[in-house]
Design a protein around this ligand. Sequence first.
Ligand SMILES: Nc1ncnc2c1ncn2[C@@H]1O[C@H](COP(=O)(O)OP(=O)(O)OP(=O)(O)O)[C@@H](O)[C@H]1O
Length: 211
Amino acid sequence: MQLKINDLTFAYNKKEEKIIENFNLEVQKGEVVALVGVSGSGKSTVLRLTAGLEIPDSGQIIIAGQSVADEHKFIAAEKREVGMVFQDYALFPHLSVEKNIAFGIDHLSKSKRKTRVKELLKLVNLAGFEKRYPHQLSGGQQQRIALARTLAPGPEILLLDEPFSNLDAELKDKIRKELNEIIKKIGITTILVSHDREDAEFMKAREILMN
Ligand SMILES: Nc1ncnc2c1ncn2[C@@H]1O[C@H](COP(=O)(O)OP(=O)(O)OP(=O)(O)O)[C@@H](O)[C@H]1O
């Protein structure tokens, strides 16, 4: 089991109602799961809890056999082998593509970093784009760079929060196809949040309805 969530409960404001209550989820290695459901049902919150960006009120999260959040411990986001691509891509505008991708792999030697960046650019079909800056890229290209940056450290789980919401219809089809190909090619366990069930169907994802 790549991800196991047991009886997870969480509220942003502890005096108000729970956003997530006794939520359970099991995801197998290499599986693609889509969290679907109405706006405000807590889809993004489940991703944030899994990534370590929020602290659960109770329950447990186990990633690749290791408990990362339970009543006794909380492993910080940067120490979890989880990569998250945000809705707005969150690329660093002042850093080149190369430096954006290399951001999470500064523990590697310079030459290994270079090789890894090249590998990832090839994977996302943007070989040769090393020296560009985010503002010199199209929306779809920025998204692929964001994906490359997230994949660079070799996460166990990939989290995608509404990956197609900022794209127009035509580009969305193209990007969805590319993203699907990349995910299937590397076989990474993926959890996708989308308000559009068509995305889940396209990615052949197992749908989890949040309400
Ligand atoms: N940082 C925050 N502080 C307080 N409340 C928040 C915060 N982030 C989200 N919420 C609230 O938590 C609830 C769940 O939000 P969440 O973003 O997880 O839902 P969602 O299902 O992903 O929605 P959407 O499809 O609109 O993105 C909403 O009622 C939202 O207003």
